[in-house]
Design a protein around this ligand. Structure first.
Ligand SMILES: NC(=O)c1ccc[n+]([C@@H]2O[C@H](COP(=O)([O-])OP(=O)(O)OC[C@H]3O[C@@H](n4cnc5c(N)ncnc54)[C@H](O)[C@@H]3O)[C@@H](O)[C@H]2O)c1
Length: 397
């Protein structure tokens, strides 16, 4: 086959902002045929299907009906994090391959179930952590893993959004629901990206995770206050004893030079690496201020082609699936694509550990909380029982 018949499960914001460009205006589009879409939200479903000519008989409010009625090769599960597992398991049971946006899932248990089901059926799950395709992250991973700077010792990583991302009083509202920043945290929304990028650069597994958080700005918002975290610090200790702090939040003044202000400094036994991720070199001075654009992520080219690592990462996941369905993937490549680091399993472990550390921490009168360390080995054993052993062996923990 030279193209994949794809069923979309969820047609919300991430499809509008990223994936519709992949499906219809990218170098990958000729290999992707959007055969059907399912979403219980009629506006979301009609908005996508009307714009892209998906006929009424291929629109579904229930993904199970879509899986039963339409011949597909793969699905993309674009549902909220906590709803990735059920559609993925249903699609795998039908012999389909699956792409999910980050994260693989929000819990260790469901992430494990998804990986196991894919392995049992010999199918692929690809998780779209697009930062892995950012040329700066790729270069860093290549150099670090080749030992260019010696032994990894420590890192400080920042990812801070403008307040408008979390503020339901801002017009237009960034997220549809006013309680987004109360129901989600900077850990689930932002740390997840940076933890995955860092894991990818250093190629090490986490052994201990602790989180701290601050709630000072969001509760003061008017007229709608938000009962959520402004800022979180996730401390990760790796299997070689290195430590990293990942500071993520969404309370920077809206005058910030980028929607997401982000950078990283990594320190090694023989050197240091700085990643200025929010200064990609495309700066504009306009009436509203001075802003950094990131064409590396999503590049709207003259002529309508959309490129960038936001497109190439999921595009490559589909190329893997196409090769696999054509019988062109070697056993070694399949094993590499289903490795726990590659499928994002360890990133889910870090985020669940950080969330549980923070959840158990008492909040001080000043709105600060400092959680206790969570041992990854114990957490995996509690969540997975005897199945934890395979991951712990791989982690050398
Ligand atoms: N790659 C990235 O940087 C990036 C960016 C944003 C979101 N995401 C991820 O993409 C996923 C979706 O996020 P979003 O921002 O598009 O959320 P969203 O709320 O805008 O859209 C989710 C859609 O899923 C639909 N849905 C819910 N339950 C469903 C079900 N059972 N079957 C089919 N559809 C269902 C909802 O109706 C909604 O239209 C999340 O996992 C999120 O973390 C990734």
């Amino acid at each position: 086959m030279d193209s994949l018949r794809i069923g979309l499960i969820g047609t919300g914001s991430v499809v509008r902002e990223i994936y519709q460009h992949l499906y219809f205006h990218s170098d990958y589009s000729h290999q992707l045929r959007i055969a059907a879409a399912a979403d219980p939200n009629p506006e979301s479903l009609a908005g996508f299907c009307d714009a892209h000519g998906i006929p009424p008989e291929r629109r579904f409010t229930d993904f199970r009906e879509m899986l039963a009625k339409v011949e597909l090769d793969a699905v993309q599960v674009n549902t909220p994090d906590s709803l990735h597992a059920a559609p993925t398991l249903a699609a795998l049971a039908k012999g389909l391959d699956v792409v999910v946006p980050k994260p693989l899932s929000d819990t260790i248990k469901s992430a494990h179930a998804m990986i196991q089901a894919a392995r049992t059926g010999g199918r692929l799950i690809g998780v779209d952590y697009h930062k892995r395709d950012d040329p700066r992250i790729r270069e860093a991973a290549g150099r670090v893993r080749a030992g260019a700077y010696g032994t990894f010792q420590a890192a400080v990583v920042y990812m801070l959004d403008k307040l408008l991302v979390a503020d339901p009083n801002h017009e237009p509202r960034f997220f549809a629901s006013p309680d987004f920043a109360a129901k989600n945290s900077p850990i689930s929304f932002l740390t997840v990206h940076m933890a995955d990028a860092l894991l990818h650069i250093v190629g090490l597994r986490p052994v201990r995770v602790r989180a701290a958080g601050w709630r000072q700005k969001l509760p003061s918002l008017q007229p709608v206050p938000v009962n959520g975290w402004d800022l979180c610090d996730t401390e990760i200790v790796f299997e070689n004893g290195a430590a990293a702090h990942l500071l993520t939040g969404w309370h920077l003044p809206n005058s910030a030079h980028a929607t997401t202000v982000q950078s990283a400094r990594l320190i090694f036994s023989d050197g240091l690496l700085d990643l200025g991720l929010d200064t990609p070199g495309c700066r504009e001075i306009i009436a509203g201020g001075i802003f950094e654009r990131n064409p590396l992520f999503r590049n709207f080219e003259a002529g309508g082609r959309v490129s960038g690592y936001g497109i190439s990462r999921p595009g490559d996941l589909y190329r893997r699936i196409l090769a696999h369905r054509n019988g062109d993937l070697s056993a070694a490549a399949y094993a590499a694509y289903m490795d726990p680091l590659e499928t994002g399993f360890w990133t889910t472990v870090i985020c669940e550990a950080a969330e549980s550390s923070l959840r158990a921490a008492p909040l001080s009168a000043t709105g600060a909380a400092a959680g206790e360390s969570v041992e990854v080995r114990g957490l995996l054993r509690r969540e997975l029982g005897s199945a934890a052993a395979s991951y712990l062996t791989m982690a050398g923990a």
